[in-house]
Design a protein around this ligand. Structure first.
Ligand code: FAQ
Length: 326
């Protein structure tokens, strides 16, 4: 784990020159030490982090929707309590991440405005519908499973507040994945109809889960620089492979078939070979044309409008407590 950074030593009799600050930043990165909010950082580093952390925060918040719609239709009180806890966790993750973005100088209200205006991205995965209760299980197993693969290495990200937020997020995502897998094990031990629901959900979520890791490395514009800065620790393709290798034995144990006829163990690589996801579909989803993009943003916009009175009341209360002081 990267060690905390230290302030750059002051030059006697004056401040630090731009060159010294840059050298100090480069040295911290080279030594795998953390960059903290008080440290000088290049604008490009700051902007990359704001971009990634804001997209991540938006994903957690929009990601409440596909499963959230099943809370009122959970098949038992136990399933309802589990799902409620999971969806509330996603809201909490969004809050930590918006706070991490604020330490970089971003304004939370501005980030929200950009999200609901469609000017900032969120994960492609949440533009697909959750059609049955089996989807709740498959989202937990595959979507949270992919999130864990992607986010465990981010606990070692070079930016301190982001890395620290990831530690708690990953612990909670592990619970999410287990609840999903346990739900699916229960359904697979049920009726033929329940087993069909699980297989159908796996067929629909497998490819979008692979797309969560982002475009192939050769067409990922941000990976090289993000890895040089230690913001990302692995490439998109490395993490996608890790996810496939992790998921195949879990699918076997569950008794479902992953919808890829070319999935096969490759002895020489020590990994599974698998087919390319449909990158044209991915591009369409990113362009706003996925099955649920419009509905997800409309729902988020409506929730924001519905919450206006809460924000106004909170601001009025804060102003009263501070006696009108800013
Ligand atoms: N969806 O050059 P790269 C969760 C964009 S949280 C949409 O490879 P980068 C929890 C990318 O932004 C899921 N856009 O970019 C949960 C860039 O566009 P830009 C979210 C995508 O940043 C579970 C362009 O394509 N997780 O699931 C996607 O180096 C269940 C080029 O791509 C995170 O955000 C995509 N899938 O790598 C909640 C993790 N992929 O900004 C509820 C942190 C790529 O240049 C229920 N983020 N793009 O206009 C990351 O690790 C990275 O940002 C990547 C993308 C890997 C997502």
């Amino acid at each position: 784990m990267p060690a905390p950074s230290s302030h750059v030593a002051e030059v006697p009799g004056g401040g630090n020159s731009a060159g010294e600050e840059r050298a100090h930043f480069d040295a911290l990165i080279a030594r795998e030490q953390r960059i903290e909010p008080r440290d000088w950082m290049p604008d490009e580093y700051r902007n990359t982090l704001i971009r990634q952390v804001a997209q991540h925060a938006h994903s957690e918040i929009i990601g409440m929707q596909p499963e959230g719609m099943w809370i009122t239709r959970a098949p038992s009180l136990r399933r309802k309590a589990i799902l409620l806890a999971k969806v509330q966790d996603e809201a909490g993750h969004g809050m930590y991440l918006y706070s991490a973005a604020e330490t970089l100088g971003a304004d939370r209200a501005d980030l929200t405005a950009k999200l609901i205006a469609g000017r900032q991205k969120y994960s492609s995965i949440f533009n697909y519908p959750a059609l049955t209760y089996a989807d709740v299980g498959v989202i937990g197993w595959l979507v949270d499973g992919a999130a864990i693969c992607n986010q465990v290495p981010l606990c070692r990200s070079s930016y301190g507040p982001y890395a620290r937020a990831m530690v708690r997020v990953c612990k909670e995502e592990s619970f999410h994945q287990r609840q999903g897998y346990e739900l699916l094990l229960t359904m697979m031990a049920g009726t033929p109809g329940q087993r069909e629901m699980v297989q159908d959900a796996v067929d629909r979520w497998w490819w979008p889960s692979l797309m969560m890791f982002g475009p192939p490395d050769e067409s990922s514009p941000n990976t090289a620089q993000s890895m040089a800065w230690g913001v990302k620790r692995h490439t998109n393709d490395e993490l996608r492979q890790r996810f496939v290798d992790m998921s195949v034995p879990q699918a076997d144990r569950l008794g479902v078939t992953l919808p890829d006829p070319d999935l096969a163990w490759n002895e020489s690589r020590g990994s599974y070979d698998f087919s390319e996801p449909d990158w044209a579909e991915f591009a369409q989803v990113l362009a706003g044309n996925g099955p649920c993009n419009a509905a997800r943003l409309a729902r988020r916009r409506q929730a924001h409008e519905d919450g206006t009175w809460v924000r106004e009341a909170a601001l009025a209360h804060a102003a009263k407590r501070s006696g009108g002081r800013p």
